[in-house]
Structure formats: structure tokens, C-alpha cells
Design a protein around this ligand. Sequence first.
Ligand SMILES: Cc1cc2nc3c(=O)[nH]c(=O)nc-3n(C[C@H](O)[C@H](O)[C@H](O)COP(=O)(O)OP(=O)(O)OC[C@H]3O[C@@H](n4cnc5c(N)ncnc54)[C@H](O)[C@@H]3O)c2cc1C
Length: 389
Amino acid sequence: MNNFFSDTKEAFSLKSNFELNRAYFLFNIIGNSTFVKITTSLTKFALRFHLPVVPIIKATVFDHFCGGVNEKDCIPVINRMFDKNVSSVLDFSTEGFDSEKEFDECLRKKISIIEFVKDRKEIPFAVFKPTCLGSTGLFKKVSNLEKLDDLESDSWNRVIHRFDLVCSKAFDENIKILIDAEEVEVQNAIDDLAIKMMRKYNVSSPIVYNTVQMYRKDRLTYLDEMISNKLNKDVTFGLKLVRGAYMEKERKLADLMNVESPICNSKLNTDKNFNSGLDFVFNNLKRISFVCASHNEDSILKVIEMMKLNGLSNNDNKIWFGQLYGMSDNISFNLASKSYNTFKILPFGSVKNLMPYLIRRAEENTSVQGQTGRELQLILKEKQRRSLL
Ligand SMILES: Cc1cc2nc3c(=O)[nH]c(=O)nc-3n(C[C@H](O)[C@H](O)[C@H](O)COP(=O)(O)OP(=O)(O)OC[C@H]3O[C@@H](n4cnc5c(N)ncnc54)[C@H](O)[C@@H]3O)c2cc1C
């Protein structure tokens, strides 16, 4: 582990002994893929049949990875992190919504969150998942350039309108807004909407940030085309680079459809792509504001190096680092202690709505070689420092 990130006292300064022990327990069990598979199925079953598992989930995995059920629950966490110079990005969980009524509800919620964060310097961004504003089926059709019937066209126009309402609210309140990236089959439509929003709202400063998943083989070409497109010549781009969260699902789908997987063939290739993405950002820094959303220490160190080479101060507003709440505290808190702009994505919502997010975190920590080991090693080091072993 690099010295930059090895200060576990700083990393876990907000964790009580109880929370540290709980984190140790959690990362130990989610490192076991068989256990995760069985527990995931049992939990889905228990929730569907209203068995009383919510308090158990709430006291364990939920409290570790989420801020609470509503915005107000999150305030103590937000304040404690901000005392350590770590900002928060409130992420209201909205997965699995699939009716016009729910999409409108979601729109109202996203707008109310922007209203909630607008005067809080500890929350610099808002965020939304595009398919919370319209049906996944419709996003797929639009992504494939399929012809829409009249009803579908009306629905799609409502999606565009909802996108515009969220982004215009962010613009009016001067809050930067992150648009999450999703599965490949819906992403063309998302990219198209995102760039339209950037053309409209990123005129003098970056408001809208699109997410680019560098585990995709085609994303460097996408970035090149985006920047050289004449229609974008006046755009100040907001970009959030990630590796990508849907690898297993994408691979299964490609297998099922008997097509080449859109995802890089190896972790090494994803890492190379991510690095090339970073080169792209810094080669075009005049036109890009950037969020490095990663738990990978080498990637963070590369950004720090490139900031130095480009003469940027640690807290230059063009560059932000983001990690998920409950993961890689050693990166977030050590970055923040050196004045780098750093935020944690803080999900909130009901336990039931957050289950897909929590399952993704468990699967990610199981499938991603190294992440669980990294977390456990750090927690163990801190437990030793506090003489808890
Ligand atoms: C603040 C924040 C916001 C995020 N927003 C999004 C989002 O909008 N959309 C989204 O999809 N994800 C999002 N993610 C998740 C992200 O895409 C990654 O899944 C996660 O951060 C792990 O990647 P890493 O760079 O942190 O670390 P690492 O541990 O270095 O990389 C793990 C990642 O590498 C890739 N990988 C692993 N094994 C292989 C393999 N065999 N072949 C090819 N590639 C492989 C996968 O993408 C895997 O997730 C976000 C993450 C953060 C921290």
C-alpha cells in the first residue's frame, strides 16, 4: 500500500470501535462469494414475503453503506465528514421504478434534493440515475434507434422534459449535477441526453457531468468524437470517469446474445483504458472539469501526479475525487486532509429500495479481486493501532 493512503488513524477517525468491528465483520463475510449468493437470494425472498429482516439489514450492511432513510437522517454523517473536509453527495435510491407516476415522483424528489443542498457547501453535487426518469425499455429502444410509436414518443418526450427540469433546476441553483452511467443497452440514449444538457447548461461553467465507463472498449473513441464534434465547440464538459459497475451483467448478456462483450477482456485492459481516459482529460483540461470516481489507489495517484504536472493546486475546483460511503476511507480522508476536493456518495432511502445497490456493493466486493482484501487489511491495521485485537 502506498504511504499516501496508509494513515489508518486519519482514514477511520470517524469510526467508533463498534463501527470498525462491524466493518471488519462485513468485509469478511462479503468476501465469500458463496455466502453472498445464498444471503442475497434469502434476503430477496424474505423482503418479498415481508419477513422481519429489515432491522437486521438496517443495523449491518445498510448502516455501513448508507446515510439513512431520508435527508435529515444523513445530516449528522454529512457534518462529521465535512469536519474532516470530505463533502457528501446525496444519492436517493430509485432503482426499480417503472411507472409514469413513479418517474414523476422521482423527478420531484430529485428537484427537492437540489433545493435541500443548494445552500450547503458540504454538498457540492447532486446526482441522478437516468432510468429513474423513464422506463428502461424506452431507453433501450432509443439507444438502438428503434422507431417509437405515438405513445412511446410521448413517453420519451416526457423523459426529455424530466431530464431538462432536473438540469435546469441545478443550473438555476448553481449546483453541479452528476448523471450516472448504466448498462450499455441504455447508455446511447443517456449520452445523447447528457450532451444536449451540457450544450444547454454548461456554457460558462460546468453544471452537468456525464459518466464515462472506461471498462468499455469503445469509450476512448466516444471521448474523441465528443470533443471534436463541432456542435460541442462551446461546451465546457463535465466528465466523471469510472471503471464500470455492471461487468458481470454485461458479460452474461453478451454471451446470451452471442455477440462480442463490450467490456475489456481483462482488468489490465480496463486499467489501461482508464489511464488513457485520464490522459484524455488532462490533454483537454481547458475544456473539461473532472471527477475521478474510483477506489483504485494507482488511478488516484496518477491524477495527483497529473495535477502537479499541470500546475493545479490541490483544491483546484476543476478536479474532484469521489468514493462510495463505506468504502476506501483511507483514500477519501487522506486526500481530504491534503486539501484535495473529495466527496463520498451517500445513498439514502428505504432498505427495500436500496437492496439492489447493496447487493451490487456486496457482489463488487466479492468479484473485484483485491478490494475486500484492501479494506480488510486497512481495518485490521487500525484495529491493531487501537489495540482491539
Ligand atoms: C463516486 C463513484 C461513482 C460511481 N458511479 C458509477 C456510475 O455512474 N456507473 C457505473 O457503472 N459505476 C459507477 N461507479 C462504480 C465504478 O464503476 C466501479 O465499479 C468501482 O468504483 C470499482 O472500480 P475502481 O476504479 O474503484 O477500482 P478497481 O478495484 O481498480 O476496479 C474494479 C473495476 O475494474 C473492472 N474490472 C474488474 N475485473 C475486470 C476484468 N476481469 N475485466 C475487465 N474489467 C474488470 C470493473 O469495472 C470493476 O468494477 C462509481 C464509483 C464511485 C466511486
